[in-house]
Design a protein around this ligand. Structure first.
Ligand code: NIG
Ligand code: FE
Length: 411
């Protein structure tokens, strides 16, 4: 199978060597080729270059991209798209003045989603979740991390993992599963949290690891959820099964989760709506990437991550949707790229780097995804006609995507 895309107005994120992470001031650079071609064989990027040098390709399919741009598919490194039902009524409660914490304290929030998920059959959960996945693929996402965490029991968490595995089998998209082992404290453990931590470390994590579906472990390290000590106990248990941390930290309060994540060689620390200088220092020299989730800040009306502080300190940044029923019910990476420019004050180049190569890094797949590089997988967006890639964030809440190619297949 071979595919040739011709007359591309701008071919974006072109790297001759295999770029796997982009940090600091390098994030301002976005290599492009104007008037380009791209040649794909099977699932792999084989060649690209100036349209004037496009000779000798005998492709089965040719797409004329006159007036359009081509870029790597979005790499969404933080989602919770396996859930049941929705939380529309809590959305209305918040409009009427209740806070996220107040809703959670009266049994809403994560506990509400957990109850619905526990009562939903595995097939029904799959059907609801695959629909969300297909929606976000159509919006240009080619690789996506999916967390568990709405189970809160071993049984329901394993159900979530099996659903993610089935999505992986039935979808072309690249799916990276994460065991969100500690997301909230179930009602029945409210007065004996230690017992729940033991349940997670001695029951859930070993049983989940046995399924061999995930390489990552996540904890919601936050006041009213899991403390630094709890988080450390869970990361320690994960480590025994080679589960690398990707953790929720600093969403509402700074507990020291970033330094703890770095200590455990976390692949990513996510949210960071609250951030101090110690956090920045902790990230320096580490292999841990910060992930900002502007859709969550937008939806909950909480501070936006101070992304400038992170990038200006020479650090890498990724951006993701956080798609979930409570704090970010949207999987639109185009909106996230735009919000990163408008609210995080990233340049379009920085935002696109954060949503492609760096997003792939935050899923451990940037050696194969996230840039237009010979030998990488052909995960590609062909945009609607436009003149410049800055129009993607500029035209906020528009859909710039015309066609998507995943692993060489045109959808
Ligand atoms: O990333 N912060 C924790 N987890 C999710 C939201 C969970 C929910 O409200 O359902 C998040 O924002
Ligand atoms: Fe999240």
């Amino acid at each position: 199978m071979s595919l040739l895309i011709t007359n591309i107005k701008q071919l974006i994120q072109v790297h001759d060597y295999n770029t796997t992470i982009i940090k600091g001031s390098d994030m301002k650079k976005l290599p492009i080729i104007e008037n380009a071609y791209l040649y794909i064989e099977n699932d792999t990027i084989i060649e690209f270059g100036d349209m004037n040098d496009c000779e000798g390709f005998d492709a089965e399919t040719v797409i004329d991209a006159t007036g359009k741009l081509v870029l790597p598919s979005w790499c969404d490194s933080h989602t919770h798209i396996v859930y049941a039902g929705d939380r529309t009524s809590e959305f209305v409660d918040r409009i009427n003045g209740l806070s996220y914490a107040e809703i959670a304290n009266k049994g809403g929030g994560i506990l509400n989603s957990a109850k619905t998920l526990q009562d939903t059959s595995e097939d029904e959960l799959f059907e609801q979740s695959i629909k969300r996945l297909n929606d976000l693929i159509a919006m240009g996402t080619g690789a996506v991390e999916i967390k568990t965490g709405y189970g809160l029991t071993v049984e329901a968490e394993l159900k979530m993992l099996r659903v993610i595995k089935r999505m992986k089998q039935e979808s072309l998209a690249i799916i990276i599963p994460t065991l969100l082992a500690a997301h909230a404290i179930p009602e029945e453990f409210k007065t004996k949290k230690e017992d729940y931590i033991t349940y997670i470390t001695e029951d859930l994590i070993p049983k989940a690891a046995e399924l061999n579906i995930t390489n990552y472990v996540d904890v919601f390290c936050e006041e009213g959820y899991f403390s630094i000590e709890d988080t450390e106990a869970i990361l320690e248990a994960g480590k025994k099964f080679n589960l690398r941390p990707k953790i929720h930290v600093n969403q509402f309060n700074i507990l020291g989760g970033i330094a703890l994540g770095v200590k455990y060689n976390a692949l990513s620390v996510d949210h960071l709506e609250e951030l101090n200088d110690d956090d920045i220092e902790a990230l320096k020299g580490s292999d841990t990437i910060a992930v900002a989730l502007p859709g969550c800040s937008y939806f909950l009306s909480i501070p936006y991550t101070q992304a400038r502080k992170i990038i200006d300190a020479g650090l890498p940044l990724a951006i993701a949707t956080d798609y979930n029923p409570g704090s970010a019910p949207s999987g639109n990476m185009n909106f996230v790229v735009s919000a990163a420019c408008v609210k995080l004050r990233l340049t379009p180049e920085e935002a696109i780097n954060a949503a492609t190569v760096n997003g792939a890094y935050a899923m451990g797949i940037s050696n194969m995804y996230g840039s237009i590089t010979r030998g990488k997988k052909a995960n590609i967006i062909i945009t609607k006609p436009m003149n410049h890639y800055s129009e993607i964030p500029y035209a906020f809440a528009h859909n710039p995507v015309d066609q998507v190619i995943i692993n060489g297949q045109l959808l």
